[in-house]
Ligand binder design. Structure first.
Ligand code: FE
Ligand code: FE
Ligand code: ZN
Length: 277
């Protein structure tokens, strides 16, 4: 069975997201842990959480993925910005304890002019500060397109972050198909080779989710522009190959394509059509 969903708005709460997911044929979803521009998170509503957990159990909704605000920068040069990223993520992770067994995805950050080594050092330092033994969430590093000075454009950079973190049993990776293509990994012509490379550099057991996006740009563009499934430079065949790749079987797929809810409903139907059990 294909585990697939899309990015949903958290504004009406978890039970509402669960119902919305079901209404478009999804059995999972992603949401922003708080306003993507930063800001404070809404107070947790225990009744809403309970209602959601019941709905999820009844309808086999699993692998909920929280996405950190993309404006957080764990490797900013400014110490205040780094502290803000750390405190925000720690607060998010504490709240996620109410939804145990799920994942929290974040963009490693942009090192700006400090260089990638300094960037990686700051990111590992933050993770060493916020992860705790016994936590019930897996924290995912997202593969990035390499826009500007983004850290995480290569598998090796993600490996170095993982290696620097003491409690790295709580770390995994979320692979974004648009991002790795724009980072320079040729998944159109050599998906198999790229996934083998992922396995040898990071390890497939770290891969916990796929952001399933087409791209508006050619390979190595480093721009990060998502496109609707089958309508971009990856194309329908590559999307089909990704969904059906034996290495990726059983992983949750999350759409972050430019769509409204109806568009997502159609893409989920398309993905199910392309999926060969
Ligand atoms: Fe992302
Ligand atoms: Fe993504
Ligand atoms: Zn993106």
């Amino acid at each position: 069975m294909l585990r697939i969903g899309c990015h949903l708005s958290v504004s009406k709460g978890f039970a509402a997201m669960g119902r919305e997911a079901l209404s478009i044929g999804a059995n999972t979803f992603q949401y922003f842990s708080r306003n993507p521009r930063g800001g404070s998170a809404k107070a947790l509503d225990q009744r809403d959480i309970e209602e959601f957990l019941e709905l999820a159990a009844q309808n086999d909704i699993k692998n909920i993925l929280a996405h950190a605000p993309y404006t957080l920068n764990a490797c900013a040069a400014d110490e205040g910005l780094r502290r803000f990223a750390k405190e925000t993520m720690l607060d998010d992770l504490r709240r996620m304890e109410y939804l145990p067994g799920n994942c929290y995805n974040f963009h490693p950050g942009s090192h700006v002019k400090q260089g990638v080594d300094t960037g990686i050092a700051y990111i590992t330092e933050m993770l060493n500060d916020i992860l705790w033994p016994g936590m019930h969430t897996t924290v995912l590093l997202e593969t990035m397109a390499g826009k500007g000075s983004e850290v995480g454009r290569t598998f090796e950079e993600l490996r170095r972050i993982i290696d620097g973190v003491e409690l790295n049993g709580y770390l995994g990776v979320c692979l974004d198909t648009c991002h790795i293509w724009e980072a320079g990994y040729d998944i159109v012509n050599d998906l198999d080779g790229i996934l083998k490379e992922f396995d040898s550099v990071i390890g497939l057991e770290r891969l916990k989710g796929i952001h399933l996006n087409d791209s508006k740009n050619p390979m190595s563009a480093h721009k990060d522009r998502h496109e609707k499934l089958g309508e971009g430079s990856l194309g329908r065949e590559t999307i089909e190959a990704v969904i059906n790749h034996p290495y990726l079987k059983g992983l949750p797929f999350y759409l972050e394509t430019p769509n409204d809810l109806d568009g997502y409903r159609m893409e989920i139907a398309l993905a199910k059509e392309l999926y060969r059990g």
